[in-house]
Structures are given as structure tokens and as C-alpha cells.
Design a protein around this ligand. Structure first.
Ligand code: XIL
Length: 340
């Protein structure tokens, strides 16, 4: 009897302590408990500001640079590599127990003026190899995952005719993956894309078939990034996203929601806030429930600095922190879900 009472008291104590600790869990720890890394993109040097750093630390076990790793910023001309901002981010992440993701080795945007579609195949391959070798040797062991190629498909599912496609041909992606794996076999290699999240969408299906083919051929690839720059005015289809994630799981591919934000029309903010919240909640739920979703990274964290208003005029309020960098209702509700 005495033993039983002691056991019950002990059990209640354990339950109280467990629920108290999970109540107080930070966003990143609550996400970790659900089985994925939460994170965000960060602008150059923003973590030197203590209040910003506090927010990054609460929310991130993985960080990615918003622009510093892109060709135009990193290597604005042939003979100059701007490592400074990236080195600072890597140091900051290491000190704060965060992974660093590289975004991106190859893309059609934000290239340097010397990246040229007049290169021969050989010249382009040489530049590609040099880019991979220089970066991946320098940061060997320090970058957890690379977006090797970003946005390689058109909406109709054909390959985007970017400078690498035009100079090298469609095998440029394979070439980049193989070379990257050769230089750093321990890091993870991703292909990253937008509007590729729903099974049944032409681009999403083309990407899945292509990645499956790569796997079958033995080309090194670990994951697919679904950017998730979403808009409350478009249909959101949780089932189609889940089905897509699950077919990737079947071929051993992990998924990152890699650049999440959910924009709303600025002239109808209140009407769209509920839709926005449902989308955020659904995505964090999917990440919690589907084991091959390994990270959810928001594109920035505050509406104050979001890329959305410049790129999508009339749209905004896309993130979970408002213009004063205060967490919105949606943030609190997602956090509550993750803590359960
Ligand atoms: C955006 C940055 O946020 C902006 O600061 C920059 O001016 C343009 O690029 N998809 C991507 C990201 O893969 O690299 C883009 O980032 C947003 C869309």
C-alpha cells in the first residue's frame, strides 16, 4: 500500500516536471522534440544585434544565409572571394549549437557578371568544379547540407534553361552532385525548388521522377527542398503535400521546407490571417508527422525585413514575427502545438 502511494506520488512528480519543462521549451527545442530542425535564413551579420541573436537562438538549430552564399555576393568578380560574412555566420552557428546550410551553389539568379552563357561546355565545367572545390574544401565538416542547385525546373516540368544548362547541358545537375560528393562525402546534398510541394503538380511530378532516376543511377543525392513561399490567396492542399513527402520517403529522400513564408494581401490582412495560421499549423504538423521531413526553415523571421513586399507588390505580413519583431498569434499557436 505504502509502496503504491509512493509510486503514485513519484509518477505525478515526474508528470508535472515533464509537462513543466515541455511548457517552457523554446521553439527550436519543441521542434526538435517533434523530430525536425527548426531554422531561419539570416541576413549578413544580423546576429551581432543581441535582441536579434536571442530570437535566432530561440528558433534555430539550422541557419542559412539569405544572400551571402550566392555567387554574386560571394564571388563578385573572378579574383575576389568574399568569405567574411559566411565565416562569421559559421562561427556564430558553431558557438550556438546550430547547423549551417549552404544556399546555393548554382542558380539562375544573383550570378556574377563573369558567369557567362558564352562559355564552352569545358569552360563551364571547369568553373563549376572550381566553385564546388573552393567552397566545399574550405567548409568541409562545417556545412550540414548544401542546396547544390536551386530552381532547376520550369512550371511545365522541363529543365530551366539557366546558364549551366545552356553551357553544359542537362547533365550539369548530375555533374554538380557527383563532384560535390567527391569533395565532401559527409555533407548532405539537396536540390531546392519552389512550387514543387504538391503531388499531381507538373513541376512537382517532374522533379520527383528526376530525383528517382538519379537515385536509381546511383547519383549522390540526399534531399529535396520545398521552398514553401506560399500565398493565402492560392489553394493549399495538405493531402497533396503529404502524398508527395511520402513518395520521397519511399525512395529514401529527405525533405526540407526550406524557405517558408506565407504572404497575404495587404488590403485584406484580417480576412487572410486565419488562412495563414492554418497553413503554418498544417506545415509544422506535417513536419512533425512525416519522419523524412528533417527541417523547417523560415525565410527570415520578421515582416520588417522580409523579401516579400519588394518581390510581390501588395503582399506581405508573411512571417510569424511582426514589423516590430514581436511574435504574432500564429507563432504562439504553432509553438503551443509543437510543445504538446
Ligand atoms: C531572395 C532574398 O531574400 C532577397 O534578399 C534577394 O534580393 C533575392 O533573393 N528563392 C530563393 C531565395 O531561393 O534565394 C530568394 O532569396 C527567395 C526566393
Amino acid at each position: 500500500m505504502k509502496n503504491k502511494r509512493f509510486f503514485i506520488t513519484l509518477l505525478s512528480a515526474v508528470l508535472i516536471v515533464t509537462s513543466l519543462t515541455s511548457c517552457g521549451k523554446s521553439f527550436r527545442d519543441a521542434a526538435k522534440q517533434k523530430g525536425f530542425r527548426a531554422g531561419m535564413s539570416v541576413g549578413a551579420g544580423i546576429f551581432f544585434d543581441k535582441s536579434v541573436s536571442k530570437i535566432i537562438k530561440e528558433n534555430s538549430y539550422v541557419v542559412v544565409s539569405e544572400n551571402c552564399m550566392k555567387w554574386a555576393n560571394l564571388r563578385p568578380n573572378k579574383n575576389f572571394w568574399n568569405w567574411n560574412d559566411i565565416d562569421q555566420l559559421v562561427k556564430y552557428a558553431q558557438e550556438n549549437n546550430m547547423d549551417v546550410k549552404w544556399h546555393t551553389l548554382f542558380w539562375h539568379r544573383q550570378n556574377s557578371p563573369f558567369v557567362s552563357s558564352n562559355w564552352t561546355r569545358e569552360q563551364a565545367l571547369k568553373m563549376m568544379d572550381e566553385h564546388i572545390e573552393t567552397i566545399m574544401t574550405r567548409y568541409k565538416g562545417k556545412i550540414s547540407e548544401y542546396d547544390v542547385v536551386n530552381e532547376m525546373f520550369e512550371e511545365d516540368g522541363s529543365f530551366r534553361k539557366n546558364v549551366w544548362y545552356e553551357t553544359i547541358g542537362p547533365d550539369y545537375i548530375e555533374h554538380a552532385l557527383i563532384k560535390a560528393h567527391e569533395v565532401d562525402p559527409d555533407t548532405k546534398l539537396y536540390l531546392n525548388e519552389y512550387n514543387n510541394e504538391c503531388k499531381g503538380n507538373r513541376k512537382a511530378d517532374a522533379m520527383f521522377n528526376y530525383v528517382k532516376e538519379l537515385k536509381e543511377k546511383g547519383v549522390p543525392i540526399d534531399g529535396v527542398g520545398m521552398q514553401m513561399h506560399l500565398d493565402t490567396s492560392y489553394n493549399y492542399n495538405e493531402n497533396a503535400i503529404r502524398a508527395n513527402i511520402q513518395r520521397y520517403a519511399e525512395i529514401g529522400i529527405e525533405i526540407s521546407f526550406s524557405e517558408l513564408d506565407v504572404r497575404i494581401p495587404m488590403d485584406a490582412i484580417e480576412a487572410h490571417e486565419v488562412v495563414q495560421e492554418n497553413i503554418y499549423l498544417s506545415l509544422y504538423k506535417l513536419a512533425s508527422e512525416e519522419p523524412n521531413v528533417t527541417s523547417v526553415i523560415t525565410w527570415g523571421y520578421t515582416d520588417k525585413k522580409s523579401w516579400i513586399p519588394a518581390e510581390f507588390p501588395g503582399k506581405g505580413n508573411a512571417l510569424m514575427y511582426d514589423k516590430d519583431s514581436k511574435p504574432k498569434k500564429v507563432y504562439k499557436d504553432v509553438l503551443e502545438y509543437l510543445r504538446k
